[in-house]
Design a protein around this ligand. Sequence first.
Ligand SMILES: [Zn+2]
Length: 371
Amino acid sequence: MHSVQPEHIDIKVESESALAWVQTHWGQATRLKLTWLTRDIPWVMAHNAASVTSLKRLELRLLQERSPTTAMLLTWLLAQAPQLQLLFLQHPTALVLPPIRHLSHLIVATSKFTDTCAASIRQLRNLQTLWLGMEGPEPIMSAVDLDLRSLPQLSDVCVDRLTLSGITLPRQCRMHWVGDGESMFLDIWSDNARQGQLHSINLQSDGSLLPEQFLDFLPLYFVESKCSVLQWRDMPQFGRPANPALFDAAHFCCLTHLKLMSRDINILLPQELPLQVLHVHARSLSIVFENPKEQAKRLQQLKVAYRTLRGADVFVLTGLMCGMGALISREAVAGADQYHGFLVNSGHMRGDAWKCPCGACLGCLQQVEGY
Ligand SMILES: [Zn+2]
């Protein structure tokens, strides 16, 4: 076993000996994944540790880190990995990243985001994507004002349930925002939205913060941004049967992907809305299409799930899409009895078209980069 030098290592760290073993066998590894499962085993550098010069991808899932030695040794380890391209870190509480020359993709899931960590991210000059998010169910607030203009390659940044005191991105960089209604109302995202950087919004209402007639109350900078993907969950009600919520094309001028999940959905979709993919999930559903004939031409995918449906527009549109060669299939609605669901795909669509738009999370990178 001692001479084995695997290319891919995926180990659950349950003892000090597992850590010692991996350090003598990671010399040829290009991919390394270490997961701390049960207890906080502190990292001790083995005296005969191999260097990690081949490492391209590193995933570390630490438990809540109490030992400062681990953070220090981790920084030291990263400084020895000149080929590293993708780094995933979960739970680092006191992390300083060395300026790794080739690092293109950084994913940090943390419960504490500090100025020191932010300053070290600014030194990663070849960074292309950055995912920053919280670890655990509660959103986190950080006083960090994150200025990433020193990173010219940066193309996508996802901020997931992490409230910063400010964020400045290179001009062409897209921002992806995940959060709740409360953090959306903070003004800190408004510059990114006004500059057209806000590309996708994934909003999880807690059911109480937002009023029923949501479009009148959403911050205008959110609505008027160049957002093309909007996903909205857990809102109790969108519009009313007599007064459906209007997705005004003047505000949602770039919206191509829309996904709504709510108890009660009553919406009006105007003809000018550039919608290509529409998913709705509601106990009680009503969608009015202003011009089904024109909208059927543009729509690539329609997915609906409902218990009761008011109005015939959904079926009119489905019929028109099928007349243009679209295929319809029944969809089982997960965990919901008495629900009906179907999926309509235009000729060149296959399966479920809804994918994470961020390009920066591990799921996105695995698909695109083949890591
Ligand atoms: Zn993603």
